[in-house]
Design a protein around this ligand. Structure first.
Ligand SMILES: Nc1ncnc2c1ncn2[C@@H]1O[C@H](COP(=O)(O)OP(=O)(O)O)[C@@H](O)[C@H]1O
Ligand SMILES: CC(C)(COP(=O)(O)O)[C@@H](O)C(=O)NCCC(=O)O
Ligand SMILES: [K+]
Length: 241
């Protein structure tokens, strides 16, 4: 059994894979990470583990994992199954390497746009010839709500809510429209631009906010919250041979 760990800027996601299938997924904060590892190792006979981290674990946590399993810490030198044409491959987010690996594995010979709505919203494009070029990075939902509050005097900090209309008629509805509709227009805009340039575009929506956003999108997309973990498991298997 494999354990895939995705350390994001907000949450840690842990996935247990048996023969390529995700059998359990846990989401936790850094404070709860050690407990989550203990519980998983009690229940599942994990042998190999892969970690992708775009932020640091707490002190000693990496060693805790390494003491229990054989660990592959994903880095910019790890062999992957796609051709990386990012102009600065050494600064590419490790999580984006995992997302693109999932696309290369699950949609070979397709033009794929992966949208990961987490702390940031990342857009990653891999073409039908297995070449990855890059995409875009923008602030995620929570980040936008927090930024409006933090960098102004008058704007309150609101909880994420679906706007009733694009036309906000008070402060709260104007903020919800600006944040949530703003993201939806952004996503639709990118999808439509990529569709103009690339035939038969496959669009994957993933990340903590994927399900919240999915129902409001007009374009045909696949929502898959586990896409990054699946990419990590693919990289782990790819590196066993
Ligand atoms: N329990 C939760 N705690 C924090 N954020 C959550 C929670 N549930 C959903 N979210 C949303 O998910 C986003 C984080 O998604 P995720 O893909 O895990 O991000 P990251 O990989 O950057 O850590 C947050 O920005 C927030 O909007
Ligand atoms: C853009 C990111 C912060 C996204 O992180 P996340 O929202 O998944 O926590 C991460 O992929 C990153 O640190 N990237 C480095 C810059 C780059 O990809 O070019
Ligand atoms: K992201």
């Amino acid at each position: 059994m494999n354990l895939a760990i995705d350390v994001g800027n907000t949450l840690i996601k842990l996935g247990v894979f048996n023969d390529g299938n995700l059998t359990q997924k846990t989401t936790c904060s850094k404070n709860d990470f050690s407990l989550a590892i203990q519980e998983i190792s009690k229940v599942f006979p994990i042998k190999n583990c892969i970690i992708s981290a775009v932020s640091n674990l707490l002190e000693g946590q990496f060693e805790e994992v390494r003491n229990q399993f054989e660990v592959l810490l994903l880095n910019h030198q790890t062999p992957v199954s796609f051709v990386n044409k990012y102009a600065t491959p050494l600064t590419l987010g490790i999580d984006r390497i995992a997302l693109v690996s999932a696309a290369a594995d699950q949609f070979p010979q397709k033009n794929v746009l992966i949208i990961d709505a987490g702390t940031c919203i990342t857009y990653d494009f891999i073409n039908s010839k297995n070449e990855y070029f890059g995409g875009a990075i923008s602030p995620g939902i929570s980040l936008r709500y927090k930024a409006l509050h933090t960098f102004t005097e008058k704007l309150p900090l609101l909880k994420t809510k679906s706007p009733d209309s694009y036309l906000g008629n008070d402060t709260a509805s104007a903020i919800h429209s600006g944040v949530v509709n703003g993201i939806l227009y952004e996503i639709e805009g990118y999808i439509n631009e990529y569709k103009k340039d690339y035939d038969n575009l496959t669009v994957i929506l993933t990340g903590g906010d994927a399900h919240f956003l999915r129902d409001s999108l007009k374009n045909d997309i696949f929502a898959n919250s586990n896409f990054l973990l699946e990419g990590l498991n693919h990289i782990l298997e790819y590196n066993k041979h």
